[in-house]
Design a protein around this ligand. Structure first.
Ligand code: KG4
Ligand code: ZN
Length: 337
């Protein structure tokens, strides 16, 4: 019947559980936490409490939807980090409890490996293609922005990364100053579709070959707003769509430029994207477009598997399980790696 892997993800503000049979998805449940919206960002203490409330029903539902009872589970894969310590603690402790109670081995997963390996989740009734090693992954989330050369499910090299803000963080901050709700990325995605991407020009970084920087862009966005609002207090309201389209266009072109350069210089044409910002319509379209032009094979996971989810944790856990790499019971979560 194959190996049954239960994945548990609780690194930030989504509590998620998924069940795989080998790499095939049997179920995926994600409970997002609405509690943070009114604060304009994730409040760690509230996130931990919400995970604590969600974790039992989320895992229970994932098992039921998969038609699997806990005694059939061969391994429990959980996110050890990076992420918010209190949030990680909930998933880690829960995994330990299940492991001890049912005598099931645990596998610890690095959240970033999860995002990077998401194209390997086989989704029933959809055509499955997966990248060949080594491939490049543009990993863009709220906490990370990097290009990884992925040599195997266990070995990746960071080719370039942000020296300041992450792409998602930059979008979230720009959204916040425009008075848009958190998380700002999806809101900017939607509003940008009605705006003119050429309306405003924002600073682009001039740094190392494959590295990213978004703090200059954020500052130039703030200055544009400050000067414009001084002249017209309704400026943001009137030009919201153009502002969103322009900021998103700039962020996406920064990402694409580095990705194209890395692909050319490393001679790698299997290109994947992952992380919450990979849910973005413009980025997805631009990666597909560059791929056509440059003969890449592109791997753009379904949106629900680009933002935080446990299916990606389960698939990364599957590869470690097959190698016999188990976590000890005294394993502690790690906020940073
Ligand atoms: O991977 P993720 O769910 O959590 C982290 O590990 O950080 O990424 C969350 C980030 C947030 O910054 C959010 O604004 C961004 O992903 N995001 C998007 C979209 N959906 C989520 N950014 C742009 N367009 C989207 N559709
Ligand atoms: Zn993530």
């Amino acid at each position: 019947m194959g190996h049954i892997i239960l994945g548990i993800e609780s690194s930030c503000d989504d509590t998620s559980a998924a069940v795989l049979q080998d790499t095939t998805l049997l179920s995926s449940v994600i409970a997002s936490q609405a509690v943070h919206a009114r604060y304009g960002g994730v409040i760690p203490e509230l996130a931990s409490r919400a995970h604590q409330q969600n974790i039992v029903p989320v895992v229970d539902t994932a098992l039921k939807e998969a038609g699997i009872t806990i005694d059939k589970v061969d391994a429990i894969a959980f996110t050890r980090g990076p992420g918010l310590l209190g949030s990680l603690m909930v998933g880690t402790s829960f995994a330990k409890g299940l492991s001890v109670a049912h005598n099931i081995p645990m596998v610890e997963v690095n959240h970033l490996y999860g995002h990077i390996l998401s194209p390997f989740v086989v989704i029933p009734d959809t055509e499955h293609r997966e990248p060949q090693f080594p491939f490049l992954c543009l990993l863009v989330s709220g906490g990370h922005t990097q290009i990884a050369k992925v040599n195997s499910p266990f070995d990746m090299e960071i080719v370039g990364s942000t020296i300041d803000d992450a792409a998602g963080e930059a979008l979230d901050k720009c959204a916040k100053v425009m008075g848009l709700p958190y998380p700002g990325g999806p809101v900017i995605d939607a509003l940008a579709k009605e705006g003119d991407a050429e309306a405003f020009t924002f600073a682009r970084p001039r740094i190392g070959e494959y590295d990213f920087s978004f703090s200059g862009l954020k500052t130039s966005f703030l200055y544009t707003l400050r000067d414009a609002v001084a002249e017209n207090p309704n400026f943001i309201e009137e030009r919201k769509a153009d502002l969103c389209a322009s900021i998103l266009h700039t962020v996406v072109e920064i990402l694409i430029e580095r990705l194209v350069k890395a692909s050319k210089q490393l001679g790698i044409k299997d290109i994947a994207i992952g992380g919450g910002v990979a849910a973005n319509s413009l980025l997805r379209a631009r990666v597909a477009e560059e791929g056509e032009k440059r003969g890449w094979r592109t791997f753009i996971p379904e949106r629900r598997f680009t933002t935080d989810n446990a299916a990606m944790i389960a698939v990364a856990g599957y590869y470690k399980y097959m190698q016999g790499e188990f976590a000890a019971l005294d394993v502690a979560p790690k906020a940073r790696f």
